[in-house]
Design a protein around this ligand. Structure first.
Ligand code: AMP
Ligand code: GLY
Length: 414
């Protein structure tokens, strides 16, 4: 099977490795990809917001499956254009990608499907906004309704900051604050069935101890030794399956990866957000642990054939740590050479924001590399990830030192 994967981040590097490892994948093409991916796939330049160009590329290559990595092309409707042209696509239609593209839409689906989430108001006027803020009180949770590349959500004790963010959005969702640990749980769907993956935890703040600004994610680990044993089953029952059924009933089936961001509150599971694609950097810990051949799995999802599919996992643990460029997330410095990238056993280094400048690899984005360590437990996986990341030379770069730390300590204590 010939596959075209669209995207260029650490998530796509991990997906590319997973697809390539499946013997049924005979040719792997990635557009636009990055220098790390170029060693395992053929790269093709493409503007990821150009639906027609992506479709033309798929036609030229005569691929059997197209996998869409990032949210922007999905929300732009690239999957519809590709399906119209006859391709099997792993990724939701424009209508189904609204689960990520509009917070208000996602709230409506959850309401109709009876899925537990924070109470919320969708507002456009200042008077409505103020009323909503005062209904819930501090901490205030204010979300831009549309896609905002990780910058749309403000959680603050400060009413003035909350109000200012709300007024800066066209349409805003203001919601109840949810207290409890957050987890990411993904499901792979063919539009009727959904196969839950194992949970992961992401670290959203830039600095240790969850300080600093929100980012796209600074690290992740899986599995979660502290999570309730039935977390996957319960999330399937009360979140994933009802959402897939609701989307199908609306005539807009969700085919692709449904990302549930959950808070485990004292009252039970609550959905914080949905995304319509694999998480980054969660994918960099899930794919190395997945035994089930990935290309076959995504092809089955794309062709309405997941009925008998099952997911198998390695017992190993995985921890990934993001190496961020100086200034990330506000104003990452690009163009800095990365002078040394080590090769170490049981460690995978995924390229995210990198590009080639002559023979050198240079930083080209905020999250530059993601380093995954694999081990028999989280402590071993952490040690490997940190040993590798400490050997990478990129001037001014930084990384969090506490990814999976508490979980690894708790695991040892058991
Ligand atoms: P989102 O983009 O919706 O994932 O939001 C980014 C981050 O804001 C989440 O990972 C949470 O840490 C936080 N957040 C979002 N919604 C809530 C909420 N209702 N209660 C508490 N924290 C939230
Ligand atoms: N890791 C968060 C995200 O992919 O949105």
């Amino acid at each position: 099977m010939k596959i075209l994967l669209v995207g260029s981040g650490g998530r796509e590097h991990a997906l590319a490795l997973g697809l390539k490892a499946d013997k049924s994948c005979t040719e792997l093409h990635v557009a636009p990809g990055n220098p790390g991916i170029s060693s395992i796939a053929t790269l093709h330049p493409v503007v990821i917001t150009d639906n027609q160009a992506i479709c033309e590329l798929a036609k030229t290559l005569a691929v059997d499956l197209v996998v869409i990595g990032p949210e922007v092309p999905l929300v732009n409707g690239v999957a519809d254009v590709l399906r119209e042209a006859g391709f099997a696509v792993f990724g939701p239609s424009k209508a189904a990608a609204q689960l990520e593209g509009s917070k208000d839409f996602a709230k409506g689906v959850m309401r109709d499907a009876g899925v537990p989430t924070a109470r919320s108001f969708t507002c456009t006027e200042k008077s409505e906004i103020e009323k909503a803020l005062d209904t819930f009180g501090a901490p205030y949770v204010v979300k831009d309704d549309g896609l905002a590349a990780g910058k749309g959500v403000v959680v603050t004790e400060d009413r003035q900051i909350a109000l200012a963010h709300a007024l800066a959005c066209n349409r805003v969702v203001i919601e109840q604050y949810l207290k409890g640990p957050e987890i990411s749980l993904f499901g792979i769907s063919d539009g009727r069935n959904i196969l839950p993956m194992q949970p992961a935890q992401d670290f959203k703040r830039a600095f240790d101890n969850d300080e600093g600004p929100n980012t796209g994610g600074m690290g992740a680990y899986s599995p979660l030794p502290w999570a309730p044993d039935d977390i996957v089953e319960e999330t399937y029952e009360i979140v994933l399956a009802p959402v897939i059924a609701e989307m199908a009933a609306r005539g807009t089936p969700f085919v692709g990866l449904l990302y549930a961001g959950l808070a485990l509150t004292d009252e039970g599971i609550r959905v914080i957000e949905f995304n319509a694609r694999f998480g980054d950097p969660e994918t960099q810990v899930l794919i190395p642990r997945l035994v089930t051949p990935l290309a076959t799995l995504l092809y089955k999802a794309a062709t309405d054939s997941l009925d008998d599919a099952v997911l198998q996992w390695r017992d190993d643990s995985a921890v990934t740590v993001v190496l961020a460029a100086h200034g990330y997330p506000e104003s990452p410095k690009t163009g800095t050479p990365i002078s040394h990238i080590p090769t170490i056993e049981n460690t995978q280094i995924f390229h995210a924001g990198t590009s080639k400048s002559g023979d050198a690899i240079v930083s080209a984005g905020g999250r530059v590399l993601t380093v995954t360590g694999i081990g028999s437990d989280l402590t071993e996986a952490r040690d490997r990830a940190y040993r590798a990341i400490s050997q990478i030379e990129l001037d001014g770069s930084f990384y969090r030192s506490d990814i999976a730390l508490n979980a690894s300590v708790a695991e040892k204590g058991n």
